[in-house]
Design a binder for this molecule. Structure first.
Ligand SMILES: [Fe+2]
Ligand SMILES: [Fe+2]
Length: 144
C-alpha cells in the first residue's frame, strides 16, 4: 500500500481569519480520518467511502461558498479566478463520483483522498493565502 501521507496542521496554512482557518482545520481532519480508514480491507474502504464521502464533500462545498461570499462582500479583485478554482476541483470530483455511480470506475478510497488532499493543501497555500493581505486591508478600512 502507498504511504498515507497524514497532514499535520502547520502554521503555514494559517490565514489568520478565524472562521476560514477553523474550516481548513476541519477539512484536514476529515482527510486524515479518511486516510486512516485506508486499511487495505476493500469492503471496509468501500463502506467508508459510501457513508462518509458525501459528508466531506458537502463540508468542502459549504466552505467554498463561505470564501466566495467573503470575496464578493469585499470586492476581492481575484474573485472570479478563485471561484473558478473551486469550481474546477468540484467538477473533477463530481466526474469521479458519477463514473463510480455508473460503474465505469471502481472505488479507490486512498487514491481519491490523496487527490483531494493534494488539491486542498495546494489551494490553501496559493489561492486562499493569496487573498489574505487584501482582506486584512479591507477590514482595516471598512471594519469587520
Ligand atoms: Fe479554503
Ligand atoms: Fe479557496
Amino acid at each position: 500500500m502507498e504511504p498515507k501521507e497524514y497532514t499535520a496542521w502547520d502554521p503555514k496554512y494559517l490565514l489568520n481569519i478565524k472562521k476560514l482557518d477553523n474550516e481548513h482545520k476541519e477539512i484536514i481532519n476529515f482527510i486524515n480520518d479518511a486516510l486512516k480508514h485506508c486499511n487495505g480491507n476493500r469492503e471496509e474502504e468501500i463502506k467508508y467511502f459510501n457513508t462518509r464521502i458525501q459528508i466531506i464533500l458537502k463540508y468542502i462545498a459549504k466552505h467554498f461558498s463561505a470564501e466566495e461570499e467573503m470575496m464578493e462582500k469585499t470586492n476581492f479583485p481575484h474573485y472570479e479566478e478563485h471561484k473558478a478554482e473551486h469550481g474546477k476541483i468540484f467538477i473533477s470530483v463530481v466526474k469521479i463520483m458519477t463514473e463510480i455511480e455508473m460503474g465505469k470506475r471502481e472505488i479507490d478510497l486512498l487514491g481519491f483522498m490523496q487527490y483531494i488532499r493534494k488539491w486542498c493543501l495546494e489551494h490553501i497555500l496559493t489561492h486562499d493565502k493569496g487573498g489574505v493581505e487584501y482582506f486584512k486591508k479591507w477590514e482595516e478600512q471598512n471594519g469587520k
